[in-house]
Design a protein. Structure first.
Length: 543
């Protein structure tokens, strides 16, 4: 029986129609649909007397449809629910335990009470760490399949500055995220935002990433308002320019790439590249963990691979190989090719950790294995450790040459992709970075050739556009001479507004003004001719 069924069970068992009310009462339901609440003080064969807040009232039996009586269990349940609704979790749980309510209710009933009572107020609930521990012990995790409760426990842990428990419960909520949330999206969003803020304040990218994953499961309000998109873009760009890359990455949402990839795609690339260029350390790793949920799935394959490699290496450096393995497993589900590289990298990190300090042969074998698994950077690291060992001098020199060529070939292939996609600005930037790494001479020359060819393509395209613009202008002049003003304006409109030829731009503006004036003059002459024309034959003449 899951949480929803338990909730309905509680409602049926306790008659919890007035959960927010602390005052409890018997209820007399009349046949005319009215009802009276109070305490039944007398029952006769033909009448019932109720003590109400306004005094005693007696009803004939034939006017009564139904009587609902309170019980001790119902009263305590209402007390618990009312305390929960006010956010007093410490008092609610203490009352629940002190009155032994659990023995009167089905398994998992506290789960149901929380789910029912906290839907609109979970964001305001607080409790001590002792209450949080007791609450977690009361919940039947096998029975509760939905992600709402562990998310609440995570937010409560964050409020108690317990980052490890906050992350643990947050991951539990993420594991259940294939089930729908029972609470309103506004409540879930409030809790998630609290956890994101907590993670940002403590530079915990793992918490930000887990919360961002849950945020992606909550349907946001659809928007086509360009002002809203611009506001979101400005907020992310502001965090990026201030160097707060963890916050910048946390602000991205899937719908940004779905609806406005043209706006958020380039910004995501800038944020991700800034994260990757940061020195290795906790701040960089935190931002990468967040970006792994919010940015990395939406960038191009080359940048995605660089980012995933940096993330897994960072987790390995922090001795968090189980987390690195989870990253690799998750990537494999959606991108098998990149998942294979991630798996090989995790294997490399595990094997490197197991190497004894004085095993040069095993170090060489690991380097050779890494190169065969398309991990040239990792292979080069291992071979460099043996560079001064006379037993490996010749072989290491050959292997370093091979790995350098492998790395350079991969970089030049990336530059070629940028050239083919006409992304010449990015081509120039990445070529500069590539040449700064002192690649082998043949690869450096290939990179320079691509940049030169890109410059020629840009010049050739500009020249072709200029020739086309000149041809359109000449045609516009010809149409204007023929007094075909509409066609003349059409040709002028085909000339790009941002034409680089300033002389042509001036001529376009002047010709447009002349055409508009001539068109207005002709229209005025036509109206005057129509006004002064004689009336048609047989028409009535003016008196």
């Amino acid at each position: 029986m899951d949480c929803i069924r338990i909730t309905y069970g509680i409602c049926m068992a306790a008659g919890m129609l007035g959960l927010a009310e602390i005052a409890h009462a018997d209820t007399v339901l009349l046949k005319d649909s009215r009802f009276v609440e109070g305490t039944i003080v007398a029952e006769m064969a033909d009448s019932v007397t109720v003590e109400t807040a306004n005094g005693r009232v007696t009803f004939r039996r034939d006017r009564i449809a139904r009587i609902e009586r309170v019980s001790a269990v119902n009263n305590r349940l209402r007390d618990v629910a009312a305390l929960l609704e006010r956010g007093e979790l410490d008092s609610a749980l203490a009352l629940y335990q002190s009155t032994n309510l659990k023995s009167h209710l089905p398994s998992g009933s506290l789960d149901a009470t929380l789910l029912q009572s906290l839907a609109d107020c979970a964001g305001a609930v607080t409790c001590t760490s002792q209450t949080l521990t007791a609450l977690a012990g009361e919940i039947d995790w096998d029975e509760c399949k939905n992600p709402d409760l562990p998310l609440l426990l995570s937010a409560l842990s964050a409020a108690n500055v317990d980052a490890d428990n906050a992350l643990s419960y947050l991951k539990s909520s993420g594991d259940k995220a294939d089930q729908p949330f029972l609470w309103p999206a506004s409540t879930i969003t409030l809790l998630v935002n609290r956890l994101v803020d907590f993670g940002l304040a403590r530079n915990r990218g793992d918490i930000v990433a887990a919360a961002s994953y849950l945020a992606s499961r909550v349907p946001g309000e659809p928007t086509n308002n360009s002002r809203d998109w611009l506001a979101a873009w400005t907020q992310i760009d502001g965090a990026y320019r201030q160097g707060d890359l963890l916050q910048a990455s946390a602000l991205f949402r899937p719908e940004m790439f779905l609806h406005r990839a043209d706006l958020f795609g380039p910004l995501a690339r800038r944020v991700l590249m800034a994260i990757i260029r940061r020195p290795a350390g906790t701040a960089r790793l935190s931002a990468l963990e967040s970006a792994n949920v919010t940015i990395i799935p939406y960038v191009d394959p080359y940048e995605r691979e660089i980012a995933v490699r940096a993330l897994i290496r960072g987790l390995g450096d922090q001795n968090r190989l189980p987390d690195a393995q989870r990253v690799a497993d998750k990537i494999s589900e959606s991108d098998p090719d990149l998942g294979a590289i991630a798996e090989h990298l995790v294997t490399f990190l595990n094997r490197r950790r197991q190497l004894a300090p004085n095993e040069p042969l095993e170090t060489y074998k690991l380097g050779a294995w890494a190169r065969s698994m398309n991990l040239p950077e990792e292979a080069r690291e291992q071979f460099l450790l043996l560079k001064d060992d006379p037993r490996f001098t010749e072989n290491v020199a050959l292997q370093l040459q091979l790995t350098s060529s492998q790395i350079a070939e991969k970089s030049v292939s990336r530059l070629r992709e940028l050239f083919d996609s006409s992304d010449y600005d990015q081509l120039q930037r990445e070529t500069n970075e590539f040449l700064a790494s002192s690649p082998p001479a043949p690869f450096a020359q290939r990179a320079r050739d691509l940049v030169q060819l890109a410059k020629f393509q840009t010049w050739n395209g500009s020249r072709a556009a200029s020739n086309q613009a000149e041809a359109e202008f000449q045609e516009a002049e010809r149409m204007a001479t023929r007094r075909d003003y509409d066609q003349a304006l059409l040709h002028l409109n085909r000339i790009q507004a941002g034409v680089t030829n300033k002389g042509l731009a001036t001529k376009v503006r002047e010709l447009r003004s002349k055409i508009i004036l001539a068109k207005r003059r002709d229209l005025a002459l036509q109206r005057n001719a129509e006004t002064s024309a004689p009336p048609p034959m047989g028409g009535a003449s003016a008196p």
